[in-house]
Ligand binder design. Sequence first.
Ligand code: SF4
Length: 243
Amino acid sequence: MTIGGFQPLSLVDYPGKTCAIVFTQGCPFRCPYCHNPELIPVHPAGGSERSGVALARHSGIPDTNDILEYIAAHKSMLDGVCITGGEPTIQVGLLPFLKQIKDLGLLVKLDTNGIHPKVVTRAIEEGVVDYFAMDLKHRWEKYQEIVRSGGEKVVELCRRTFGLIQSSGIPHEFRTTVAPGIHGIDDFFEMVSYLKDGESYFIQETAFTKTLDPALSRHTGFFVPDLAADLQAAFPRCHIQVR
Ligand code: SF4
């Protein structure tokens, strides 16, 4: 696996749990609002000299052995580990890594953009994920307006992953980052219509401190908390929140 960064402790990235965060390097998508664009290239710029969280013997980005050693030594303060990106499912070695975390007695949360349904299938079958968080980038027919990569094949792969997670029986959430000037109110009503009763959906506002597309509009044309309230009223059996 190629690691892009490591955060030893987070109180907000695994619902109701404390976790460490592993950032993997590389993502095939080009979402205009991406706030971690340095994690998109398959190979990190500057290699190990890039800044990262230094662990005990390590001054740059740690490798998987460093991370496993760290979380084993600090697991009394952790409920789990969140694997995010970039896109974790493109990593060779992801599933064995998740298994090693599970073997330490910790929970695993996997964030994915949905590009690899086969990897998600194996993760479900092998029981190495306790919580999935999948990005729902847009209504399916407009998906490419956000991901900007791979054509309709990619959209079909994401749809398969979405269905796999929905039927997995594993706790999960879907979330959409608002892309100003691209998403309209109707798009959110369409996306929430994909959810099943009881599922959780988060609307996230773009972090404008850093975006892949520096020209991305800052004007959504709607007030996100009001949108969330309207969605909740229209879909009372789902759990809809702004994050
Ligand atoms: S899927 Fe995530 S990491 Fe990849 S470009 Fe989009 S926002 Fe960035």
